[in-house]
Design a protein around this ligand. Sequence first.
Ligand code: SAH
Length: 363
Amino acid sequence: MTLSNLMNFDRPAMAEFFCNLGEKRFRAEQVVKWIHQLGVADFDAMTNLGKNLRAVLQHTAEVAPPAVLGEQWSADGTCKWLMRLGDGNAIETVFIPETERVTLCVSSQVGCALNCSFCATARQGFARNLGPAEIIGQLWAANERLRTFGAPRVTNVVMMGMGEPLLNYDAVVTAMNLMLDDFAYGLSRRRVTLSTAGHVSGIDRLKEDCPVSLAVSLHATTDTLRDTLVPLNKKYPIAKLLNACRRYVADAPRTRVTFEYTLIDGVNDSDKDADRLAALVADVPCKINLIPFNLFEGTIYRRPPRLRIDRFRETLLSRGLFTVTRTTRGDDIDAACGQLAGQVQDRTRRAQRYRCHRTADVH
Ligand code: SAH
């Protein structure tokens, strides 16, 4: 018999699990608290459950997060964990300590199906969606590691690791429900951010189901360019995407969408681009995160010089847009934005195609 992995359940699903065992619903609160708040995976340590129930759980259930397979520390204090999944795939999770917060960058898929031209994850191709346990398990395992160092727990989560979270909607929402649940991690909506390449129908659903902070990877100011950088743009072009952003914050005063804009040398970093960007988002309550392009092996793109990055930011600031340039963290261990790769059993054969192109370039 396969064991039910209790890490897959948010509180309503856990309550259903216990009802099916003939138990009271409040068991869900107790067990969610043991697993996620107290970091306990062993049923015998769950002392308020009663001996019989613990014995039943031993035979029917398990608490199984991904196993930490590797750990790499950057000179700047960032840490990247390689986490093994049950099936031979592995994903990456990044821990980013800052002065006032501890951020975890969480993956939602093994690889990514979107094929953005400037992203290393795209090169790996796509294997599969992660289950809820594999998503929330990254936070569980991170807190577990931090506990062994005596370090503070994670205070902020960004769904900005490998994959497009809105293409794995149900599992991501289940995991985020646990992040927000006071019986589990109790993070406020401001401290959980989902980043999307621009999946419009997913953004609309998220607004209803789990309105966490929204980040949108914009990266271009014309559809012609965005079609090449983020091919999902062909399905959801800029105007439609920006309308979805407006809807997302319409009924929520004081909330803002974050637009991520990766600056790529000679591609999207001109004064004209900055002007167009300012005009496009002028009436969207937002802030802008500029991400200087992070290099990875085999890419044709380059990072703009510092002066250009600063000038782009100043143009946006002068238009009254709240703009920050994201400091690059962890690029010495390939943990920065767009550098995550993991170990993906590529079902799209994209990785193979990229390798062939590169061999062809060499000859
Ligand atoms: N699929 C989601 C989640 C990934 S978040 C999304 O697209 O938003 C990772 C962020 O890093 C995205 O904004 C992505 O566009 C950006 N990124 C990807 N490759 C990058 C690179 N090489 N340098 C800088 N940023 C990159």
